[in-house]
Design a protein around this ligand. Structure first.
Ligand SMILES: Nc1ncnc2c1ncn2[C@@H]1O[C@H](COP(=O)(O)OP(=O)(O)O)[C@@H](O)[C@H]1O
Ligand SMILES: [Mg+2]
Length: 448
């Protein structure tokens, strides 16, 4: 008798293995391996694309390049992250934690496009058409060209797509849809993969841009979006704290443009609007409390002034180190450096770091500001609200240059700052700013 084939699949990352495992070896999550049924295995085999030799290879010089004609989404921030606008026939995933504003943004975009004489289909598996209509009223997104479909069955959605000539489709959300062809539950890795595969086919064959919404939890662990990342053309993730009104939309993958740019939006009663005049949104203009320091980070091509906060308080027991928006390992390194170079007894203190506005710092240029904030909190002495700190700190305590220094300094000059503590002299003249050179961590004390 032939041995029965078994296949297990991780519900978090989609990794497959012939044996069951308590912990997935690919994503290290516990208890996520689920055995696939024989129908599921058969289906996987049928839908996995295999190369068929129907085309001959062509010399690259003989190939005509695709002509990409993008169109605007009506939001300059979204256009920026997409690399200049929406590409027809592309499949885009917008991920983010629940309540961050995915539906709000895409309904607004759908409304913008409808007003620009595109025909839009907004498919929702989460809300009734009436609920969406309510939101559309609030967002001013009502238009005859915007069609709503409250449906979770993929083949019904396909029928609707085939029945009319839509120019733009929104799927809200991928986790709620199901396909009859696979027996697993909506939101499972198999379902999500099957549906995305089908949506990709529709986007490419009918030349319609499709935006998929996917929920992820704070640590990005839930099934779905992570599995789709490699299947779709573009992946954008929302960042930001749902308590603050600022939201960042960051590109993680883009087959049609760079992933450097970040879109910045503001949530208000009229929905997610493009944030205008970003300066001043991420820091307090007039006064800093002790434990706060300012720095400038580059988000794509834009410099943004942000506030970093530190709380250093006496520890009872094992000292805690915890940071939000800043790398924890880097914090530990900076604290060790302060102990060694400045003789601060931080081993008996708890240290907490927070970055304002839900921003996550991805570059080392903020090191110096973090150190300034820690020192300010430790001494309980506030820093001047007119100065900023810029510099990467190395393990030896040396402060290294930061990229785009002139651009950052120009921004703080425009915003009326007076003083900057930086590692090296700027090449370009920024006359209104007094620059203090701190090339070593011990020197920062002189300038505080
Ligand atoms: N009437 C309203 N006025 C202002 N903001 C609202 C209103 N209703 C909802 N919101 C905001 O919109 C957010 C919900 O966004 P939504 O697009 O539904 O999130 P997602 O689709 O990402 O789960 C809520 O967190 C809330 O802050
Ligand atoms: Mg939603």
């Amino acid at each position: 008798m032939a041995k029965k084939k078994t296949l297990f699949e991780c519900q978090a990352c989609g990794f497959q293995s012939p044996r069951w495992m308590g912990k997935c070896t690919s994503c290290n999550q516990w208890d996520t391996m689920v055995e696939l049924t024989s129908e599921q295995i058969k289906f996987l085999k049928e839908t996995t694309p295999t190369a068929t030799v129907t085309q001959k290879a062509t010399p690259i010089t003989k190939i005509e390049e695709d002509n990409i004609t993008r169109f605007t989404s009506g939001s300059s921030e979204l256009d920026l992250v997409l690399g200049g606008g929406i590409v027809p026939g592309s499949l885009t995933l917008i991920g983010g934690s629940p309540g961050i504003g995915k539906s709000t943004l895409l309904l607004k975009i759908a409304g913008n496009l409808a007003k620009n004489s595109h025909k839009i289909l907004y498919v929702s598996g989460e809300e009734s058409a009436g609920q969406i209509k309510l939101r559309a009223n609030r967002l001013d997104a009502n238009h005859d060209n915007l069609y709503l479909l409250s449906e979770i069955n993929l083949s019904s959605i396909q029928q609707e797509i085939n029945s009319s000539e839509y120019n733009f489709i929104v799927i809200d959300s991928i986790q709620t849809l199901y396909s009859d062809e696979t027996p697993s539950a909506p939101g499972s890795v198999t379902q999500v993969r099957t549906i995305t595969f089908e949506l990709m086919r529709i986007a490419k064959s009918m030349h319609i841009p499709i935006f998929i919404i996917g929920h992820i939890t704070k640590d990005g662990s839930i099934a779905g979006p992570r599995v789709l990342e490699h299947m779709v053309d573009t992946v954008l993730y929302f960042e930001g704290d749902s308590n603050s009104e600022l939201r960042l939309l960051r590109g993680f993958k883009n087959r049609f443009g760079s992933t450097n740019e970040v879109g910045i939006f503001e949530m208000n009663a009229k929905g997610l609007q493009d944030a205008t005049n970003m300066a001043g949104k991420f820091f307090n203009k007039d006064k800093l409390q002790s434990g706060s320091a300012l720095t400038v980070i580059m988000e794509g091509s834009r410099p943004i002034i942000i506030e970093v906060q530190a709380l250093v308080s006496e520890s009872y027991g094992h000292p805690k180190r915890s940071s939000t928006g800043f790398d924890n390992n880097r914090l530990t390194m900076l604290l060790a450096l302060l102990e060694k170079k400045l003789d601060l007894p931080l081993g008996t203190y708890d240290v907490f770091i927070n970055v304002s506005g839900g921003i996550k710092i991805n570059e080392p240029s903020a090191d110096l500001a973090i150190i300034a904030a820690i020192l300010s909190s430790y001494r309980d002495r506030e820093l001047s609200a007119k100065s900023v700190f810029l510099g990467e700190v190395s393990l030896t305590g040396e402060i290294r240059e930061v990229s785009s220094l002139s651009q950052r300094l120009k921004e703080i000059q425009t915003q009326g700052f007076e003083k900057a503590v930086i590692p090296n002299k700027p090449i370009e003249n920024v006359t209104k700013i007094k620059c203090f050179i701190a090339d070593e961590v011990s020197k920062i004390v002189d300038w505080m």
